[in-house]
Design a protein around this ligand. Structure first.
Ligand SMILES: Cc1cc2nc3c(=O)[nH]c(=O)nc-3n(C[C@H](O)[C@H](O)[C@H](O)COP(=O)(O)OP(=O)(O)OC[C@H]3O[C@@H](n4cnc5c(N)ncnc54)[C@H](O)[C@@H]3O)c2cc1C
Length: 433
């Protein structure tokens, strides 16, 4: 069948289980987040994670060789749409960033000893990881502009540099660090990745950075973003992932699927924000009618629903292409999905806050927190502007310039059109006479 908007019945059953588990067990616990003592929360989390594991839905982004089901991106996209409904459900389903991307990276680039030491415990959730690429003064939107270096010294590598926005950097058991090792290999073969374990001398976590989501972070908490100085930080040669110069090849592997999953989670959250918006719109009255009966509010609801659907279809198409032709060939589609879904979510949340009025602006509803938390979307994982450039380059590929009038210029096409029409007219007359 060429077009089908349904998935296989057995997989739909899994999705149905996920939907009720998330809506009936995870969402009701949201108001306890950050309030329950850490050890009690850890216990509850383990109990919930066990239910996910029993369903065979734990860390589903992984290949079968790593204990995952090998669902492919299309099915993962459907799962992440549901996971997105509740921001902490990534932790419960074992695909929280940055661990999910890091485990994919280690699966691709690490040798057997490295897998034993870091990958398997990372997948099991007993060792948590972070990823340090971005720097305050150079590498950012252009990650190739690294200043952090690693130089070989005997059996060790010595890392020096300044990183920031390393998510979970102050919490993680190990950090995968991107550093320059081979300046002649620019632009894409000059960097390498190293595992730096917590407590390594020279790994100096300066602070957790205050953000829109968390203006007053408690140092070392999950979800914070660390600023880090590597000061003559010495790691053994066996901490290098892959070969010297492989850093960007490995980094690309880490990001393709992850971007689709991000986009689908944003779509899932946007849908939930629209549900909250609509419930308020039919429940509150103003100027003699329900909010939902005012045309401008209807306009908000129309815009949100249609933008969600558009982003959803773009993202599904990217997932479908990834499954068919691989991440490289689907690059522009992945970028389109990322840049469309990130802004769509903010627009839907903003309209939701507006429709809910002061209540929407308040912490009594989750909309304002979701807005602050997800404002990173258009910046992180490559700013949207860079993704737009990818899409535009792809769109312009093969388009040739023309001299003079555009090929669609009607007066210049008229003569040929008249000739074609006269010929068709003649044939039509013959066939009807
Ligand atoms: C919440 C959060 C978590 C993060 N987690 C991590 C992490 O775990 N590890 C990690 O290494 N990094 C992480 N980052 C960093 C993230 O990857 C970078 O923020 C991102 O790559 C952009 O880099 P920058 O912020 O330095 O922006 P800059 O490079 O300073 O760019 C600033 C702006 O300039 C514009 N711009 C830049 N280049 C172009 C271009 N070519 N065309 C048009 N406009 C352009 C864009 O508007 C861009 O937003 C995180 C960031 C956030 C916000």
């Amino acid at each position: 069948m060429p077009w089908d908007f349904e998935t296989e019945p057995e997989f739909q059953q899994k999705l149905d289980w996920m939907r009720s588990f998330i809506d009936e067990q995870l969402i009701p616990l949201e108001p306890m987040l950050g309030r329950a003592p850490a050890e009690e929360w850890a216990l509850v989390k383990r109990h919930l994670q066990q239910q996910v594991k029993a369903q065979g839905l734990w860390a589903c982004h992984l290949d079968p060789a790593l204990g995952g089901p090998g669902f492919g991106q299309m099915k993962l996209a459907l799962m992440h749409e549901l996971i997105g409904r509740c921001p902490y459900s990534m932790e419960i389903f074992g695909n929280q960033a940055p661990d999910s991307g890091n485990s994919e990276l280690l699966a691709t680039g690490a040798n057997e000893a490295q897998k034993e030491r870091w990958l398997w415990p990372n997948i099991a959730g007993t060792l948590r990881s972070a990823f340090a690429l971005t720097e305050p003064f150079e590498a950012g939107a252009d990650p190739t502009r690294l200043r952090t270096t690693a130089r070989r010294d005997g059996d060790d590598w010595v890392i020096d540099g300044h990183k920031w926005f390393c998510t979970n950097g102050s919490f993680a058991d190990f950090i995968i660090v991107m550093a320059e090792t081979n300046p002649e290999g620019r632009p894409y073969q000059h960097a390498s990745m190293f595992v730096v374990e917590k407590g390594t001398p020279g790994l100096n976590i300066v602070r957790d950075i205050p953000t829109m989501r968390e203006p007053d972070p408690v140092f070392g908490e999950l979800g914070n973003h660390a600023e880090i100085l590597f000061e003559s930080c010495r790691v053994p040669a066996e901490n290098l992932i892959g070969n010297p110069g492989d850093g960007f090849i490995l980094a690309q592997k880490r990001l393709g699927g992850g971007r689709i999953h991000h986009a689908m989670r944003w779509i899932g959250l946007a849908k939930r924000a629209l549900e909250i918006t609509c419930e308020r719109a039919v429940s509150r009255e103003s100027h003699g009618r329900r909010l939902a009966d005012h045309q401008m509010v209807q306009g908000f609801i129309f815009d949100s629903r249609s933008e969600i659907e558009a982003a959803r279809l773009i993202t599904f198409q990217a997932a479908w292409k990834m499954d068919r032709v691989g991440a490289r060939a689907a690059r522009a589609d992945i970028s389109m999905a990322k840049a469309t879904a990130s802004r769509m979510l903010l627009a839907v949340l903003d309209r939701g806050i507006q429709v809910c009025g002061a209540l929407g602006y308040s912490g009594d509803l989750p909309l304002e927190e979701w807005y602050r938390t997800n404002r990173f979307g258009p910046i992180g994982d490559g700013p949207d502007e860079v993704h737009k450039v990818v899409v535009v380059k792809d769109t312009l590929k093969g388009i040739e310039p023309v001299e003079g009038w555009p090929t669609a210029h009607i007066p210049s096409r008229r003569e040929a059109s008249q000739r074609d029409f006269a010929q068709l007219l003649q044939e039509a007359r013959r066939s009807t006479s």
